[in-house]
Design a protein around this ligand. Structure first.
Ligand SMILES: [Zn+2]
Ligand SMILES: [Zn+2]
Length: 287
């Protein structure tokens, strides 16, 4: 007699579309949770208490936030399509991604995460500069720059063609270095946290940062918010070495950082504070 279980057909493996839907859902929940927490802290609970660290001393309109969320939702789907395609390629052995248990016990597992960050930062810097070319800007990068005073929801607010370029960092990283999927997942957590922090509109770093060599390494929210204000300068993401090397930091970057981080805590009213270095007529330093 054939056992009952033997007659139950095995479910078919999930299709490409199933995986994209699943991945989109996971990515959307993670993004909504992290950007939502950042929003809740910076724009609701500590809106007054942290106001002295708000880089642009005013808050954006609701319609701007709705636009950022709308385009972020589209980007999540684009990221998932490219991510799942990259996973299929990795499974087929076309990338340097490796699988296996206990991978986290090796030194390389942990070293691969900062290496991925450097590769992504390099990819981001050069594609970002390219997308600022007048002939490419409208198609690729315009939507991200509709946010002149961005919120955490601007982190993924891209035109779909830009979302494809941003998502291509998945294959670029795993084609360049050997990486375990779990290490990649940790790298993605760093990526989203840093990206959201950079778009909160608040400077969280200590004022002494600019007095240390760390200023050569770390990029800051102030630098990126100045990029949104002026549409130029600071094309890097996590790090500042490409901008320093190529001379593309804003001329007033460090002065603005000093101004933001030395404000009095009592500054609580959302009135415009004369910003240092947000002059839109700065000479173009970028591509
Ligand atoms: Zn830009
Ligand atoms: Zn941005």
């Amino acid at each position: 007699m054939v056992p009952l279980l033997a007659r139950v057909p095995k479910p078919p493996p999930p299709s490409f579309l199933d995986r994209v839907l699943e991945s989109s859902w996971e990515l959307a929940v993670r993004y909504a949770l992290l950007a939502g927490v950042a929003w809740l802290f910076c724009y609701v609970i500590f809106r007054r208490r942290w106001f002295h660290r708000k880089i642009i001393a005013k808050f954006p309109q609701s319609k701007e936030v709705r636009r950022e969320i709308f385009y972020s939702a589209i980007s999540v789907v684009v990221f998932s399509v490219v991510g799942v395609a990259t996973y299929y390629a990795a499974k087929a052995g076309w990338t340097r991604m490796y699988f296996g248990k206990d991978a986290y016990k090796t030194v390389w597992f942990w070293c691969s995460i900062p290496c991925a960050a450097v590769i992504h930062d390099t990819w981001f810097y050069w594609t970002h500069r390219l997308m600022h070319h007048p002939k490419l800007f409208r198609v690729f990068h315009r939507t991200h720059h509709l946010s002149h005073n961005p919120t955490p929801w601007a982190a993924y607010a891209f035109d779909p063609p830009e979302a494809v370029i941003q998502a291509c960092m998945f294959p670029v990283v795993v084609l360049t270095i050997p990486m375990h999927p779990y290490a990649f997942a940790l790298f993605m957590i760093w990526q989203i946290l840093f990206n959201i922090a950079g778009h909160t509109g608040y400077e969280f770093n200590p004022r002494w940062l600019m007095r240390t060599p760390l200023k050569w390494v770390l990029n800051t929210p102030t630098n990126h918010i100045m990029h949104h204000e002026t549409l130029r300068g600071n094309y890097g993401l996590y790090f500042n070495f490409w901008d320093r090397l190529m001379g593309t930091n804003h001329a007033q970057y460090e002065a603005r950082y000093h101004e933001v981080t030395t404000r009095r805590r009592s500054m609580q009213d959302p009135v415009a504070v004369p910003p240092v270095g947000c002059n839109r007529n700065l000479p173009d330093q970028g591509a």
